[in-house]
Design a protein around this ligand. Structure first.
Ligand SMILES: Nc1ncnc2c1ncn2[C@@H]1O[C@H](COP(=O)(O)OP(=O)(O)OP(=O)(O)O)[C@@H](O)[C@H]1O
Ligand SMILES: [Mg+2]
Length: 450
């Protein structure tokens, strides 16, 4: 436990000194106060990491001191010591912001434990706050992470084209954030208050997709029992995001082209032409130029869509962004899964920084969520990562930790794992081969979570 500056408040000198002496032996820096008033002066004048106060004191009782301390600095944890059987007092104190309470007679070991808990909570809270503050800074454009030069260019382009009504084609490998960028364009446009309607062109068979896009009249086809509005109509006044546009069939390409050129269409089975005020955003991971050469994608549609193209680089082409992504996803998934995972070991971080991410940001996101769930302690380690990322386990020479202690640990871990495998998990034999006692082996197994 880190050394703390603890203010011990009690009107009875022997009790004060007993507690103070004990905590001093634990390595803490101790301040003593014989009354609430004296304690409050101390808190105002010097740095105090924690207040431990008796409840019943002449003059200013503990609960009033608690209020006073919170008034000076609400972040200072306060532990109240009450007489046995005064539960209401304790409840009241917790309600007013006490971090914890203990009952007399004081069990010193219990005291030490509680102090540890309280300071850990404080440390975690401030770590989370720090992270959030740093993330807010990095969050430009609604939570999009991208400090790298390549992403800054993308974001600058987003800002530039968002306010206009120009059709935008977002391109990039799978999982690079195409949908995120399309959404950002909509929400930074003057249509932000209007609808954003999304349709994945690869997800539906042709006829269904057609009626999704344009809607249908009653009786347009078997099963069309009522009139239905299509996505274009629903997107009126807003934007439509056509995902996987490269997968559109030739017949639908023609129909889409017409909407792009004339901003009007008919429902399936309908005769009335409907005008529509909609901005078109599209995305694809396909090589549209190749598709044009192959004759599967219309050239005229291509030029209509390609008014502005935003190309999102693969994650491996902007590795500088990986640390920010790690922080962002770690925080998000720790919170979502209510796990107190606060960091990543140097070895694991190294592996994460070197990996190629064929699935881009989405893959990284999945890796972090999985690691948060697998992680046994507070820190993500190599064993929490998929095998493909772990050095020495995929046959090729993977990333090696850079600093000596991590390097030693990683070698030790590998040696232990290998010995255990050779001896079918029998610890006595593995320990003998490794030249260590069974007790030491058990300790190391626990340490490495093997
Ligand atoms: N720059 C970024 N900042 C924050 N999160 C991101 C960023 N890029 C991608 N993500 C996240 O990664 C995941 C994948 O992003 P998205 O769905 O936008 O990718 P995509 O290119 O549309 O993928 P696909 O081609 O597979 O549809 C999402 O959860 C998204 O929030
Ligand atoms: Mg997508």
């Amino acid at each position: 436990m880190d050394a703390l500056r603890i203010l011990v408040v009690d009107d009875e000198a022997p009790q004060r000194e007993l507690i103070g002496g004990f905590l001093k032996k634990q390595g803490h820096d101790i301040l003593l106060a014989g009354s609430g008033a004296e304690a409050l002066t101390r808190v105002r004048e010097t740095r105090v990491d924690l207040v431990l106060s008796d409840f019943k004191m002449p003059g200013m009782p503990g609960i009033e001191l608690l209020r006073g301390v919170k008034g000076v600095n609400p972040e200072i944890p306060f532990i109240l010591v009450t007489a046995y059987g005064t539960v209401e007092t304790a409840v009241q104190a917790m309600r007013e912001g006490a971090a914890d309470y203990l009952t007399k007679p004081l069990d010193l070991e219990e005291l030490q434990l509680r102090i540890g808990h309280v300071t850990e909570q404080v440390r975690l809270r401030s770590a989370v706050r720090d992270l959030q503050a740093r993330l807010v800074e990095r969050h430009r454009l609604e939570g999009i992470i991208g400090e790298s030069g390549r992403m800054q260019e993308v974001l600058a382009l987003v800002k530039q084209v968002a306010p206009s009504d120009a059709t935008v084609l977002v391109r990039g490998e799978s999982g690079t954030g195409k949908e995120l960028i399309a959404r950002a364009i909509h929400f930074n446009s003057r249509r932000a208050a209007g609808p954003l309607v999304t349709l994945n062109c690869a997800a539906l068979p042709e006829q269904l997709l057609e009626s999704e896009l344009f809607g249908h009249e009653k009786g347009a086809f078997t099963g069309a029992v009522a009139q239905r509005k299509g996505r274009f109509e629903l997107a009126d006044g807003g934007s439509i995001f056509l995902d996987e546009i490269g997968d559109l069939t030739p017949a639908l390409q023609v129909k889409l082209l017409r909407v792009l050129q004339e901003r009007q269409f008919e429902r399936l089975g309908g005769t009335r032409t409907l005008p529509v005020d909609v901005r078109i955003l599209a995305a694809t991971h396909r090589d549209l130029e190749q598709a044009m050469r192959d004759g599967t994608f219309r050239e005229d549609l291509y030029y209509r869509l390609n008014v502005v193209t935003i190309q999102i680089p693969a994650l491996r082409e902007r590795r500088e962004d990986i640390p920010a992504f790690l922080e962002h996803f770690l925080l998000r998934f720790a919170e979502k899964n209510r796990r107190e995972v606060t960091g990543i070991t140097a070895a694991a971080r190294d592996a994460l920084l070197r990996y190629d991410y064929p699935g881009n940001v989405r893959e990284l996101e999945n890796i972090v969520e999985r690691a948060v769930l697998l992680c046994r302690g507070r820190v993500i380690d190599l064993q929490d990562l998929p095998v493909a990322l772990r050095p020495g386990e995929r046959g090729t020479d993977g990333p090696e930790p850079q600093n000596l202690p991590d390097l030693v640990e990683s070698i030790e871990r590998q040696a232990i794992r290998a010995a255990l495998e050779r001896h079918g998990g029998v610890q006595t034999q593995a320990a003998e081969e490794l030249g260590i006692s069974e007790r030491v082996l058990r300790y190391k197994l626990k340490k490495y979570g093997l």
